[in-house]
Ligand binder design. Structure first.
Ligand SMILES: [Zn+2]
Length: 93
C-alpha cells in the first residue's frame, strides 16, 4: 500500500555542499560543521581523529572554527568527529 501521496515528481533540491553547514558549540569552541556526501567526497583526506585516511566516496564531516575563515578546515570521519568530545570528559559545561 502506498506510504504517502506521491507528489508530482519534483526535481530533487540540489544538495549544495557549500551551504549545508551548521554551527556547533563545543568544548573546543564554536565550529562550523558540514556534512559531505559520498558523491561530494572526491579526494582522500586524513582524519585528525584517528589519523586514518578518508577515502573518496566516503561520507564524512568537515569542521572548522567559526570565524577562522576556514583556514583550519579539517575532514573527519563522522564518527570521529562525533566522538571527539567523549575523549575529554570533564570539559562539559
Ligand atoms: Zn577518523
Amino acid at each position: 500500500m502506498p506510504r504517502k501521496n506521491r507528489r508530482r515528481s519534483e526535481p530533487e533540491p540540489r544538495r549544495s555542499t557549500a551551504m549545508d553547514s551548521t554551527i556547533v558549540d563545543g568544548p573546543g569552541g564554536r565550529f562550523q560543521v558540514r556534512r559531505i556526501t559520498g558523491s561530494a567526497a572526491e579526494k582522500t583526506y586524513r582524519c585528525p581523529g584517528c589519523d586514518l585516511e578518508i577515502r573518496p566516496g566516503t561520507p564524512h564531516t568537515v569542521a572548522w572554527s567559526d570565524g577562522g575563515g576556514g583556514a583550519d578546515r579539517r575532514h573527519w570521519h563522522t564518527g570521529c568527529w562525533n566522538a571527539r568530545d567523549r575523549r575529554r570528559p570533564g570539559h562539559y559545561r
